[in-house]
Design a protein around this ligand. Structure first.
Ligand code: OSB
Ligand code: MG
Length: 374
């Protein structure tokens, strides 16, 4: 049951930018700066924050910052204002006249939920049914310029305590890199993420990767193709994990039933917010499939949300819930720090449990627009 209903008064959209500590290269591009939309809602009872996981360009998904901004301002926020009283649990219905745009929708669902929980002094983790107060952390390592640099980065992260290493790969920069990391660290939990850059024609690559005892192969094939993933899963020993392909609990159910994957990367923003993410968790759990919490290089606002999600019982593998310093010199919130044992504390304060630091927020803001209910 979701907490009560409230009246939405204003929605403030804000674009923020923070430099990354090092460029993050994937098969779909390179990022040197985190840029995202933050939403702050005000209701009659409280306020809530949320971070939109869309990026600068439509490389990971169709959504991107400028598009999400327009969809929020011109369609989603007006739909919520028109709906009158709002409860996070009913938002899906109010937003259903906009097709797609899960990342933009998630921003409103999560902000309204945060406001509801703050009004009731209840933590997000408790609302989600978390069964732990610390979660094990993994780290996602971008495609490095050379194998030597990759080995240096991986050694550095392992020294900090990270419990799982995920290597970004792309055709031509895969088997040799994975072999080198596996040779240097025979026992580490190791996975790879292709970000949809491969086809079934690359079966030799996957057969070679099968030799490295990988925890999983994340999203090897096209973002919209479950059937090809099911074919690949039959041909390899390593477990496939889907990321881009899963945009709802229905997708998760279909993927597991088809045998397109054995593991699901849950990114709440990719599936339309925390409530749908909980449904993905439930579907996977009912089918005995492990899930873990993915990341989109979030600031502290999105990181707090991810940690609460990762504390749910079905999240049994280390997530991409890395410490603030893995991304930023200075975060927007108090920094999230990982203990030397590779775990991070789940926020326990009301709602998401964190607020942006006002001076940091000002310093990182590129654009603000306040939308008031008439
Ligand atoms: O595919 O999981 C991905 C970052 C941005 C977009 C897509 C992905 C990622 C990551 C980084 O792998 C995860 C993180 O540390 O936030
Ligand atoms: Mg991924």
């Amino acid at each position: 049951m979701a907490p009560g209903v409230s009246i939405l008064r204003t929605v403030e959209l804000r674009l923020v930018g923070i430099p990354l500590v090092r460029p993050f290269r994937t098969s779909f591009g390179v990022e040197t700066e985190k840029r995202c939309i933050l939403a702050r809602v005000e209701t009659d009872r409280s306020y809530g924050w949320a971070e939109c996981v869309a990026g600068i360009d439509p490389g990971f998904s169709e959504e991107f910052n400028d598009g999400a901004w327009l969809v929020l301002r011109d369609f989603l926020v007006p739909a919520l204002f028109a709906a009158g009283d709002v409860a996070a649990a009913d938002l899906d219905a109010a937003l259903s006249r906009v097709r797609g745009h899960p990342m933009a929708k998630a921003t409103l669902v999560n902000a309204v939920l945060d406001a509801e929980l703050r009004a009731e002094s209840r933590s997000l983790a408790s609302f989600l049914g978390a069964d732990k107060d610390r979660v094990p952390c993994g780290v996602s390592v971008g495609i490095a310029p050379t194998t030597e640099e990759l080995l240096d980065q991986v050694a550095g992260y392992l020294a900090e305590g990270y419990r799982r290493i995920k290597l970004k790969i792309e055709p031509g920069t895969d088997v040799e890199r994975v072999a080198a990391v596996r040779e240097a660290h025979p026992d580490v939990l190791l996975s790879v993420d292709g970000n949809a850059a491969y086809t079934l024609g690359d079966i030799d690559v996957f057969r070679a990767l099968d030799e490295f005892d990988l925890l999983m192969v994340e999203q090897p094939l096209h973002h919209d193709d479950l059937v090809q993933h099911a074919k690949l899963q039959k041909l390899i020993r390593s477990s496939i994990c889907l990321d881009e392909s899963i945009r709802s609990a229905a997708d998760a159910s279909a993927a597991l039933e088809l045998g397109a994957c054995r593991i699901i990367n849950v990114k709440q923003g990719r599936v339309g917010g925390l409530l749908e993410a909980r449904r993905v968790h439930d579907v996977a759990r009912a089918q005995g499939a492990p899930v873990w919490c993915g990341g989109m290089l979030e600031t502290g606002i999105g990181r707090a949300v991810n940690l609460a999600l990762a504390a749910m019982p079905g999240f049994t593998l280390p997530g991409d819930t890395s410490a603030s310093r893995r991304y930023f010199e200075e975060d927007l919130t108090e920094p999230f720090e990982m203990a030397p044992d590779g775990t991070m504390g789940v926020p326990s304060g009301p709602g998401i449990g964190v607020d942006p630091l006002p001076e940091r927020l000002d310093a990182c803001t590129l654009r603000v627009e306040r939308i008031e209910k008439e």
